[in-house]
Write a protein that binds this ligand. Structure first.
Ligand code: PEP
Length: 247
């Protein structure tokens, strides 16, 4: 059975000093981890975090990647650059990127392809807004988002990680109930099964106000293979509790 994956998304938070303190506290608590752990850090800190986690049980992740390979794209960071710093995972299509930067499904899958080509595992984020959920469109929306990735990535789809993050649960303190989350994860698993015989290898993470109190119940669901954790990944004690719940 595959190990669960707990990935922290630091978003636009941190400083050299606070990153070091957080990682030292996590590493001090890392002796008996039963799951895979990653931290997705702001790009300027990739080198620092690469150095601090070298040889440990924590893997390095980025939060975004350019859809382009190289060239005149001021401010962008390419997949090859991320790889240069030992990046193992890269979030693509986080709802904050879709919402504030207008990223479409086509852009998101182009980013996922760039990551894969560089040997980085894209964590493809999908999820419905509150209005979409209330209109009964949750399945349609997440299936459309995942279908875009399946269509473009083809048989390599088993090389990605999927993160189901209901937009209404991100940073709001509202969590999907374990049953609500499992229902959507099962839909995503079925869609992956129709696309690849290796669907069960794919980690499908839940994200959206996961915390020390609700992690165990969410992670106990059949198709929840880990968590993508925002706010609670910034506090070592909370992130360590979530990691401890993942076995
Ligand atoms: C996220 O940013 O991916 C996330 C799930 O945030 P939070 O845990 O704070 O809701």
């Amino acid at each position: 059975m595959k190990k669960k994956l707990i990935a922290g998304n630091w978003k636009m938070n941190g400083s050299s000093a606070s990153n070091e303190a957080l990682l030292q506290a996590l590493l001090a608590g890392s002796a008996n981890w039963q799951c895979q752990v990653a931290v997705c850090v702001p790009a300027p800190y990739l080198a620092q975090v690469q150095r601090l986690v070298a040889g440990s049980g924590i893997e390095l992740g980025a939060q975004d990647v350019s859809q382009h390979g190289a060239g005149a794209f001021t401010g962008e960071v390419s997949a090859d650059m991320l790889k240069d710093f030992g990046t193992r995972y890269c979030l693509v299509g986080h709802s904050e990127r879709r919402q504030y930067h207008g990223e479409t499904d086509a852009v998101v899958v182009a980013k996922a392809q760039r990551a894969l080509a560089a040997g980085i595992t894209p964590v493809v984020c999908v999820g419905e807004t509150l209005a979409e959920r209330e209109a009964g469109r949750t399945e349609e929306v997440v299936k459309r988002q995942l279908a875009a990735a399946i269509h473009t990535i083809g048989h390599c789809i088993s090389e990605i990680v999927v993160a189901y993050e209901p937009v209404w649960a991100i940073g709001t303190g509202k969590t999907a109930s374990p049953e609500e989350a499992q229902q959507v994860h099962a839909v995503l698993r079925a869609q992956l099964r129709a696309a690849t015989e290796h669907a069960d290898r794919v980690h499908i993470l839940y994200g959206g106000s996961m915390n020390a109190a609700n992690a165990a119940q969410l992670l106990a669901q059949a198709d929840i293979d880990g968590g993508l954790v925002g706010g609670a990944s910034l506090k070592a004690i909370d992130f360590l509790s979530i990691i401890a719940a993942a076995h």
